[in-house]
Structure formats: C-alpha cells, structure tokens
Ligand binder design. Structure first.
Ligand code: ADP
Length: 657
C-alpha cells in the first residue's frame, strides 16, 4: 500500500470543491458518468484499431445505490486505469499555476472543475470518502484500489477485480441523503444522461401489475444512445423529428411546426435540431428551452449568449464540443467560436424559413401567426437576420391576405402614393373599433393592414427607417387609420378648402371646446376644423400617429418613460365640409358680431359671460344639446364613450327623437 498527498498544488482544492457544493453539487453525477462513458468510448476506439484485444463484452455504465452502506457507485467497463495511471491522472492533477488559478476563481468552482479536468474531484462535493477500483484493459494489468477521505491524503493498493473497467464508490456525506433516493438519481440521470452515447443502466425496469409496481428482469436503461441529431438528415423522416421532439419534451403535447437540422464541421463542430414550437401562451415559452450538449452530455438549458436571443424561444438541442462550457457569461459573448456559432444558427434558420416560403407558401402562411413573434423579434434585434427575413416576413390585411412588404408596396403603389411621392400604408390594430375609419378608407379604394401584434409597432418603425435609408424605392409611412382624416392621411392634392374665415371657424371651435367633457387626468382633447369629405362624419376623433406610437413604445421600453408620462392627445375634428357643421358656423362677419354683443350687453346692463358670448355670437343659442350629441358621436365612433357618459348619450338620443 502506498500513501501520498494529492498533487494539486496545495490543500486548496478541497475547500474550493466543498464550497461549490452549495450551488450545483448535483453535477458530480454527470462528471462521473461522463468519465465512464469516455473510458468506454476509448476502449471501443482502441479495439477498432486492434489495440484492445478480444470481445469487449458488456459495455453498459451502471449506477447503483446502497442505502445501508450509504454509497453511490458508478461502474464502467471501459479502459480502466493502472496504478501508474491513477497516480498520473488522479493524484497529480497536472496543470501549471493551479494554486494561482484556484485563488483567483475561488468563487467559481464550476470554472475550475470543467476547465482543469477536476471532474472526478467533484465527487468530494457530496462524499466524505471516495474509492476507485479499477482494472486496466492492458494485458497483465493489476487491479488497483484508491481511497481518499477528502483531505489531500490518499491510499493506493493492489486489489482483486474480476472485470475490466472502473468502479467509483462515493461514501455520501450525511448532508446529502437525497442521493440515496432512487427517484432523485433517476431524475438526475434523465436530466444529464438522456442522450449519452453509451447505455446507462440504473436498477431494473418496472411495470404496473395489478395496481402495484413490479420489477422486471430487464435493466432500466436511461438513455437513447443514438438521438436524432447525431444522425444524417437523409436518414430521418418528418415523423422521426416529431418523435424526437417528444422524447426531448415529454410533457409537450403539440407537434412542432417545423424543424431545422444543424450540422457543421468547419470552422467549428456543431450538430443539433431546432424546432419552431407551437406556442399557446407565454408560459410555454419559458417551460421548454433549447438544451445544450457537449458530445451528447447535457450541459445546460441556458443557451443565452450562444444562440441569438430571439432564437432562445425555439426548442431543440445544440451539441458542440467547441463551446467553452465553464466560463463566465460575459466571456462567452466575446468568444469567437460562440459568435460564429450564433451567426451560423441565424443563417440556417433564416435560410430554412426562406426555403419554406418559396417552396410552400401556403403552408408558411398557415404557420405565420405562430412563428411571427420569433421572426419579428429577430428582425428587430439582428441586422443579418433582418436582411434575410424581409423576403418572407408577412403583413396581413383586414381581408386576411398576406404579403411581404415588397409585395404589399406593389399592391398599393397606384392608390396610396401621396402627392409628395410617399407611400402611405394604412393600418388598424383593432378593426372593430376602427370600423368607420376603415369604411372611409375602403370607399377611397385604399387597403388597410391589421397590425395587432405585440411587436408590430416596432416593426413598422423599422420598416420606415430602412426605407428611408434605401436610396431607391422612396419613403414609406405607416399611419393608423384613426390618426387623421383619410384626406389628410393620404394627401392627393392641396387640401380642399372651405370658404369660412378663420374667425368663423374659431367661434365654432370655441363653442365645442366649452362643451367638451372634462377629460380624465391623462387625456387631452384639441378641437380643430378640417375640410374632410362631405360624407364623412361631421365630428370625429383622430390621434396623432407619432405621439401615440411613442407612447406605445414607451410602454415596453426603458428610457422612454418621458413619452409614457405624456397625456393621451386626441383631435376632435369638426368637418367643415359637412352640411351640419356648415349650418352651425356663423356666417356673419366679426364686425356684425361685435355690434350684436355690445347691444346685448347694453340691454341687459351687465357684462355677458364667456358662455353667453359664445352662444350669442355664434348663433349657437340652444345648440348645447346638438353639440353634446355630436361630441358623443365622435367619442362613440372611436370607442371612447363609456359608463355614465354613454348612458346620457343614449337618453339624449331618445329625447331628440
Ligand atoms: P477529465 O475527465 O476532465 O479529464 P477527470 O478529473 O474527471 O478529468 O479525470 C481525470 C482523468 O482520470 C481522465 O482524463 C481519465 O484519464 C481518468 N479517469 C477518470 N475516470 C475514469 C474512468 N472511469 N475510467 C478510466 N479513466 C478514468
């Protein structure tokens, strides 16, 4: 028997490992099983080149627990280790500057563990004592028994072991009784080992029989050693991809919309399958995530920084040995391989979408509502993706027809180009609420888009900006259908003019203003006169596109709270082309009016109040009810008449009848 001190430069490594135990200690199981799998794979390779002789026999890696002895054992039939190898690989953790490194990363044990091959030592996070029993595949090898109880001292001696391979025995610390529970271990195995390339067995298969579980003879194999992503796309049918999807997410009932098989060898290695899921609610988005593997070993489902953010909403797996796993997130972001990987994934996803749009437009349109969010999110956050996505990102009009932006521009070019050569795109976010506005647009032969998605407002701004920076093609402007009179939204020639003087209009404006309902705190109405179409409503509301959009953006964007605080501004437009309004406008000149007021004041011997002046001057005496009614109609037409005001309107309407 030999004794010695573990070669990690000092006693430092154990405290660090123990410290790590307070965060992610469960990874010890992944580390030990990965070692067993590696040893098995090595043996297969050696055998294939004739260096390991004979039949390899049973190659399963087995995990077992012994509640009485409080041990957990991982056994493999891989290459095994000779005493020299144990000494070299386990006793002397060979890396230079270990002490320095350990000091530096005391708080980030994960970095140490992955980075410097301390995988095996992670066993000490949960065990007081760890033993190795190993028999090398080499001819005439002697079995070795190594034991260490968590301080840098170990013992090593010859032992008797019949089968080739390695058993790692963990004497679990009392603080971790959970690792003696079958359910816990099975859960961890399912999490980390589900797709390992060597069979992992844990206990026996169980079956329900007569209301209770009975053990079968067969071993309980945890993993699928040939998961779909490791195969060639040509070997797989659509059903196979769907089947794998459910293997990956057993709780997910819906079929994915489509899949993208990733496969690169150069300049980095990456395989995987991404799925566009059918999303029913935001909850689904959070529940299933893309899983990251390294040579079929599960690493994490936090793939931010590796996959572009908008694609983290997809489902599936990515497997790459070239992603540095145990480094900080900020480091990941600056890593060149990671940048390339992220760029590659973006390109693949965009190409696939473009391909479906080109070859199977109908199917693409059917899926559009489900994939829209990913695509719009991508367009807004990734220039490169945007450039590809403009060719398949769709806009829907109120007649349920879908167009790409350039198709749509062609469609409306003739009718909706204004006198300055700008293309005006009309949209609504609520076709019911904007019914009257939409009807007016239709009468003019205009088309209206339905833009009711969460990101649509940003998509519109982006499209406008892009059009502005493109030299040819001219500018485009999105305007919500209720943001002005239709004549003003798409100006064809100089605005139609009425024949009223500013003073005359001012009078009517004031009269309406004096009767406007006192608005709520964050609501403002401005009254304007416009010569809209004679058959448009006499009075209607519009809301400035720019202000409204800024406010909407402010609602979900930081640093824009200034706009968020602004009141909602509406224009109450008095349509001076409408007979009713024309009738209400005072036709008299201002001199005639002033004269009248003076006379009235003389007669009554008092200064007339503001209201009586307005009413007298502008012949609106007795018009209160009519003005109220008109204002309410405008409010009603844009969905703003509610509660008591609505009830009053209804009663007043009945009275008027
Ligand atoms: P890593 O696996 O990252 O190299 P580990 O500390 O987990 O670091 O293991 C160190 C070395 O010990 C391995 O590279 C391997 O040579 C050897 N080793 C560990 N476990 C086994 C095993 N089950 N069978 C054979 N060799 C093993």
């Amino acid at each position: 028997m030999s004794k010695g001190n573990i070669g990690v430069t000092s006693d430092n490594i154990f405290p660090v490992i123990k410290k790590f135990l307070y965060s992610d200690h469960e990874i010890f199981l992944r580390e030990l099983i990965s070692n067993g799998v590696d040893a098995t794979q090595k043996l297969k390779t050696l055998s294939s080149v004739g260096e390991a002789k004979g039949d390899l026999g049973d190659l399963r890696v087995r995990v077992s627990i012994d509640k009485n002895k409080k041990t957990l054992t991982v056994s493999d039939h891989g290459v095994g280790m000779t005493a020299e190898e144990v000494d070299k690989y386990i006793n002397q953790i060979a890396f230079s500057g270990a002490e320095e490194f350990v000091q530096q990363y005391k708080d980030k044990a994960e970095a140490i563990i992955g980075h410097f091959g301390l995988g095996f030592y992670s066993a000490f996070m949960v065990a007081d004592k760890v033993e190795i029993f190993s028999l090398s595949y080499k001819e005439d090898a002697k079995a070795v028994h190594w034991s260490c109880d968590g301080n840098p001292e170990y013992t090593m001696e010859d032992t008797i072991k019949a089968e080739r391979g390695t058993d790692i025995v963990l004497h679990l610390n009392n603080e971790f009784p959970q690792y003696l529970e079958e359910a816990t271990i099975e859960g961890l195995l399912k999490k980390y080992c589900k797709f390992l390339p060597v069979e992992i067995a844990f206990g026996k298969k169980k079956e329900w029989k007569d209301g209770k579980q009975v053990e079968l003879d067969e071993e309980n194999i945890i993993n699928d050693i040939n998961p779909a992503w490791t195969k060639k796309p040509t070997e797989l049918k659509d059903e196979d991809y769907d089947k794998f999807y459910h293997e990956l997410y057993p709780m997910q009932m819906d079929e994915p919309l489509f899949h993208i098989h990733l496969n690169v060898d150069y300049p980095f290695h990456l395989t995987g399958i991404l799925y566009f899921p059918k999303i029913k609610s935001n909850l689904d988005v959070k529940r299933n995530k893309i899983q990251l593997y390294c040579n079929q070993v599960y690493v994490t489902d936090e793939v931010e920084n590796i996959v572009p953010e908008y694609l983290t909403l997809l489902h599936g797996v990515i497997d790459s040995p070239d992603i540095p796993l145990n480094v900080s997130r900020s480091y990941l972001q600056s890593d060149n391989n990671v940048k390339k990987i992220s760029g590659y994934i973006t390109k693949k996803v965009a190409d696939k979408l473009a391909e479906i749009y080109k070859n199977n437009k109908e199917d693409f349109i059917k899926k559009w509502e489900d994939i829209k969010m990913f695509i719009e999110f991508g367009m807004l956050t990734d220039e490169k993706f945007y450039d590809k996505a403009v060719t398949f990102a769709l806009y829907k009009n109120i007649a349920d027809e879908y167009y790409t932006l350039s198709e749509y521009k062609d469609k409306i070019k003739e009718t909706q180009t204004d006198k300055d050569g700008n293309l005006v795109i009309l949209y609504t976010n609520d076709a019911d609420a904007h019914y009257t506005y939409i009807e007016r647009a239709k009468q003019k032969g205009y088309d209206v888009l339905l833009m009711d998605g969460e990101l649509d407002i940003h998509i519109m701004s982006q499209a406008e900006q892009k059009a502005m920076s493109e030299s040819e093609g001219g500018q485009i402007r999105f305007v919500r259908i209720d943001s002005d009179t239709i004549e003003n939204l798409i100006r064809k020639e100089e605005t139609a003019n009425d024949n009223f003087s500013d003073e005359q209009k001012e009078g009517l404006r004031k009269a309406f203003e004096s009767i406007l309902p006192t608005p709520e705190a964050k609501l403002r109405y401005t009254v304007t006169c416009e010569a809209a179409a004679a058959d448009a409503l006499p009075v209607f509301l519009t809301q400035n596109e720019f202000m409204r959009r800024m406010k909407e953006m402010a609602a979900h964007q930081q640093g824009m709270s200034f706009y968020g605080e602004m009141p909602d501004q509406y224009n109450l437009v008095l349509n001076t082309s409408h007979p009713l309004i024309q009738e209400m406008i005072n036709k008299e000149t201002s001199e005639q009016v002033e004269e009248k007021v003076e006379k009235k004041a003389e007669k009554e011997g008092e200064t007339p109040t503001k209201e009586t002046i307005i009413k007298t001057i502008y012949k609106l005496e007795g018009e209160d009810e009519r003005i109220k009614q008109l204002i309410d109609i405008a409010l009603l037409a844009s969905g703003q008449l509610k509660g008591e005001a609505l009830a009053k309107f209804v009663n007043r309407s009945v009275e008027l009848l």
